[in-house]
Design a protein around this ligand. Sequence first.
Ligand SMILES: Nc1nc2c(c(=O)[nH]1)N[C@H]1C(S)=C(S)[C@@H](COP(=O)(O)O)O[C@H]1N2
Ligand SMILES: [Mo]
Length: 198
Amino acid sequence: MESTDMTEVHKEFGGDRVPPGQRETEAFPVLSKDGVPSWEPASWRFRVRGAVERELSLSLSEFRSLPHETQRQDFHCVTGWSRLGCEFTGVRFPTIVERVGVADAVESVTFSALDGYTTSLPLSDCLREDVLFAWALDGEPLPDEHGGPLRVVTPHKYAYKGAKWVTGIEFRTEHERGYWEKRGYSDAANPWREDRYS
Ligand SMILES: Nc1nc2c(c(=O)[nH]1)N[C@H]1C(S)=C(S)[C@@H](COP(=O)(O)O)O[C@H]1N2
Ligand SMILES: [Mo]
């Protein structure tokens, strides 16, 4: 499958491919606040709400029929490991934005997930080609423990900014910190500035 190379994002921040304080790993460790949440394919929905012109609710098959891409990217965990050259397939964030019409006053996006996890990013950090709602990893369906059926990936941020098991996004006029950001992790989360803790 053809993939877009997003492994040069480090150049945007003037850093090396492996950010400071990170070490490369071949494995793909799993980090979840609790276990793997259960879900039913028939009742699973992805919902977009908040300050938008049209709210959206999509089934899994509707979501998978949106225009999608495969990208090659690196994945940086705040605990110190980086997995280079992951291939994720899914829908780019801007593709969702086109469909809902975001109000001018929107500042921030909150992602929510089946396990109760939340994370948030300024809208400008989401309006990027490399922020993806992904359902496949390295050509295989995204494993449950890595967030299947759908997760967010944010190659320009530490991985806690990417919600696994994502089922909703809310466009907000005010920024609200997410689960880990309220518990001491940096809200900025830039790996090349080592924004680990707040
Ligand atoms: N829904 C949900 N998303 C989540 C988490 C979580 O606990 N729940 N953990 C975050 C953290 S801290 C990291 S490092 C990455 C880990 O992704 P992985 O388990 O695929 O390596 O997912 C992020 N997204
Ligand atoms: Mo993490």
